[in-house]
Design a protein around this ligand. Structure first.
Ligand SMILES: Cc1cc2nc3c(=O)[nH]c(=O)nc-3n(C[C@H](O)[C@H](O)[C@H](O)COP(=O)(O)O)c2cc1C
Length: 65
């Protein structure tokens, strides 16, 4: 059964490293999420993230861990 997780969070990224931090997250997410067959969407604006993740429940829990 497909499991979906949506959440919003407040980022604490330092402005000096923010762009690189976002690139690092994207790079790791692309790799890990493809391996676990997780799909999703992430938005970042005004220091807040909104992300929806979808996949097998075990996989989504593994990502949360
Ligand atoms: C808002 C947000 C979304 C993330 N989404 C994913 C994701 O979809 N897939 C993934 O593998 N990691 C995701 N990560 C995890 C990051 O790639 C990284 O592993 C995590 O921020 C820990 O980094 P650190 O070990 O440098 O502190 C996300 C992190 C954040 C903050």
């Amino acid at each position: 059964m497909t499991y979906q997780l949506c959440y919003a969070s407040q980022a604490k990224l330092a402005s000096e490293t923010r762009l690189q931090d976002l690139r690092d997250i994207l790079s790791e997410a692309r790799d890990f999420n493809v391996k676990l067959k997780i799909k999703g969407v992430s938005c970042y604006a005004d220091s807040c993230f909104f992300q929806c993740l979808e996949g097998e429940q075990d996989s989504v829990f593994k990502l949360i861990e």
